[in-house]
Design a protein. Structure first.
Length: 664
């Protein structure tokens, strides 16, 4: 690969060829004895997925080949931009964090396009926005070194979206007289954070210093304190030190606070703690390998990888060939837990449905698909209609070789034949298929990309005509497929053959019935997360309102006092009345009543929840309901309440009413 990357006009195709040559790092050098890191907060199912890269592109160093400060291809920003564009396109990234970037700074008189940022933003194209933060060199200067690049030295965060605000927060770093004889000169590091329109996560980047452990400990403590005030942070960058195994390591506070992406395997054979920095010199020609680059996130991760093929892992000596990579650092990729696709089907009309995740995978309705008012709004399929994701190449956001979750509400027609709720096909079958088959729910994954390949499947009894919450998960590390029905694990089976999928998601093929709230996740949801997800989407009865005891004596002395006192009811067989309602206006609901004697607790209850006469008639969606009481005891005081029920779910009870029974 001599001089392969030296060309100014390096193309994405050439870089893709370079990327195909994966430089292997010995297994024993990919692992460290690390402590258990902080756990994810378990709320990934409520957030967008961030697919990011952090990369120190070494635009600051300026030494000659063979020196410790040598930077591979420092003066080839077009080649570095082309490499970044290749990675972004192939991995469908939405965040790029770069360190040691030379960026234009008009305020400092450093404009123009002889910098790293101009070709980068041109390569990323429209829809991307960015923010920058300065980092001063040890000599206190912040201008880009030498005449090849003109601008200010620092870091950049670029996102596929609209940045609405940003902050640059200095971190506490003390001067070191060994490095800074002039104690007024201090190299500074900053925390750069951006808020993105429509995102809950906050991307933040940094480039820490490491002059000595005492200084570094203060710097990381300052970083932990600053990042703790950021909403749902995703923190990446060059942290300039290896994690180590001792509890006193200065970087440990960050690991104790947040999960780090490369502390776990995401598929069989996936190494942890892969190296990200490679360096050697004439004096020490053996290539030193370190992990200096990290990504932390409150939500946890679904993927992490160090792309060492883009780093110069060869010996750095004066007599060496041209660098085999574009930096002494490797790009580190990290995908956070979050939504890959969310179709709520809430539109009142039209032939498309919006993706509520940040991926913009608009669904296209075709054939026999109609809008329904069930579950407020949903879709109905007549067996000829489908909804298809409007963007090809969805493999990067929903890859059946990795972990995945499919969540959907389904209501198959009573006489419905077989039909697919959701599948993602390949040339020879469906790597993922969740369907209604012969009166059963079926979650299936093929075992090979070949015609007639066998499938691994989980079956569970279905209830036609009733809305059911289905969740199908696949965890490649445990090699398990699970099917949850209404929050309960209905079945599990081993699945060891990871078959790729690369076609758009298709919903409703040959299916007859209702579908609602479809969500895809690029990881396997835990049981507790499934419970929370279902609870947040369940249509429930509302607490009754308008409670009354009929007849009341008069409006000044009503038959229902909720805050103490007793109205008088001129009847020993009054009616208890309330207005009931359901979140879904198509669902029948009723009132369920209970009343007790407050004068004599030893008296049997006239009616009680679940007992004879306690339930009213049903009304659809909402309405006023009542029950008539058996004969009460004259002069006794009574208390009662009511709740709403749809036959399966019940609301909380309404406030207690009180009255005194009197003969009419």
């Amino acid at each position: 690969m001599r001089r392969l990357l030296a060309m100014v006009g390096v193309t994405a195709a050439v870089l893709a060829t370079v990327a195909a040559v994966r430089i292997a790092v010995p297994q024993q050098q990919q692992h460290q004895n690390v402590q258990v890191a902080a756990a994810a907060d378990g709320l990934g199912y409520q957030r967008e997925a961030v697919r990011m890269m952090t990369w120190n592109i070494c635009g600051e160093a300026g030494g000659s080949r063979g020196s410790s400060s040598y930077c591979p291809w420092r003066s080839r920003p077009q080649a570095k931009a082309a490499a970044i564009e290749t990675i972004v396109r192939q991995r469908d990234l939405n965040v790029v964090m770069l360190q040691e970037v030379c960026y234009p700074d008009e305020a400092a008189g450093r404009g123009g396009d002889r910098n790293d940022l101009a070709p980068l933003m041109a390569a990323l194209g429209p829809g991307w926005t960015y923010r920058t933060a300065v980092v001063a060199r040890p000599d206190g200067r912040s201008d880009c070194r030498g005449g090849d690049l003109i601008g200010t030295l620092g870091q950049v965060i670029a996102v596929r979206g609209t940045i609405t605000s940003s902050t640059v927060t200095p971190l506490l770093v003390a001067g070191d007289p060994n490095h800074y004889p002039d104690t007024t000169t201090k190299r500074t590091s900053n925390l750069l954070c951006v808020r993105v329109e429509g995102w809950q996560n906050t991307p933040c980047g940094t480039h820490l210093l490491h002059n000595n452990d005492a200084e570094y400990a203060r710097e990381t403590a300052s970083l932990k304190q600053k990042i703790s005030g950021v909403a749902v942070p995703v923190l990446g960058g060059d942290f300039n030190t290896s994690q180590g195994s001792a509890s006193t390591s200065p970087i440990r506070p960050l690991f104790d606070a947040y999960p780090e992406c490369d502390q776990q395997a995401y598929a069989p054979g996936d190494a942890i703690n892969e190296m990200t920095h490679f360096n050697s010199t004439d004096a020490e020609p053996a290539v030193a390998q370190q992990k200096l680059d990290y990504v932390f996130a409150a939500s946890g991760f679904t993927y992490c990888d160090s792309l060492t093929e883009f780093a110069d892992t060869n010996t750095n000596t004066a007599a060496a060939d041209d660098p085999a990579g574009l930096s002494d650092h490797a790009p580190l990729l990290a995908f956070t837990r979050g939504q890959a696709l969310t179709w709520k089907f809430d539109e009142a009309a039209g032939t498309t449905t919006a993706d509520s995740s940040i991926n913009g995978l608009t669904g296209k309705l075709a054939g026999g698909v109609t809008r329904s008012t069930e579950r407020v709004r949903s879709l109905r399929f007549d067996g000829t209609g489908t909804v298809v994701s409007g963007v090809d190449g969805t493999v990067n956001v929903f890859d059946s070789r990795r972990g995945l979750t499919v969540s959907v509400w389904a209501k198959p027609d009573a006489a419905a034949p077989n039909g697919s709720l959701i599948n993602q096909a390949n040339n020879n079958g469906s790597p993922v298929d969740l369907s209604y088959t012969g009166g059963k729910w079926r979650f299936a994954m093929v075992t090979a990309d070949a015609a007639g390949a066998a499938v691994d499947q989980v079956l569970a009894t279905a209830q036609p005509g009733a809305w059911t919450h289905l969740v199908a998960t696949h965890d490649p590390v445990t090699a398990k497929m699970n099917l949850f029905v209404n929050g309960t694990l209905a079945g599990s089976v081993a699945h060891t053959k990871r078959v790729p999928s690369g076609t758009p998601v298709t919903v409703g093929t040959a299916y007859q019935g209702g579908l609602d709230d479809l969500q895809l996740f690029p990881y396997a949801l835990a049981s507790a997360e499934i419970t929370k997800l279902r609870a947040g989407q369940t249509m429930l009865p509302a607490v009754p309102t308008g409670t009354d005891t009929i007849p009341a004596a008069d409006t000044a002395n009503p038959g229902c006092h909720q805050n103490g006192g007793y109205g008088t009811v001129p009847s020993l067989t009054p009616r208890l009345s309330a207005t009931v309602r359901h979140d879904d206006p198509t669902v029948p609901v009723r009132g369920e009543f209970s009343i007790w004697d407050n004068t004599d607790a030893g008296q049997p209850q006239p009616i009680y929840l679940g007992g004879p006469g306690s339930a009213s008639n049903y009304v659809t969606g909402s309405g006023t309901v009542s029950v008539t009481l058996p004969t009460l005891i004259a002069g006794h005081s009574y208390g009662w309440y009511v709740r709403t029920s749809d036959g399966t779910n019940v609301s909380a009870t309404a406030p207690v009413c009180h009255f005194v029974a009197a003969a009419g």
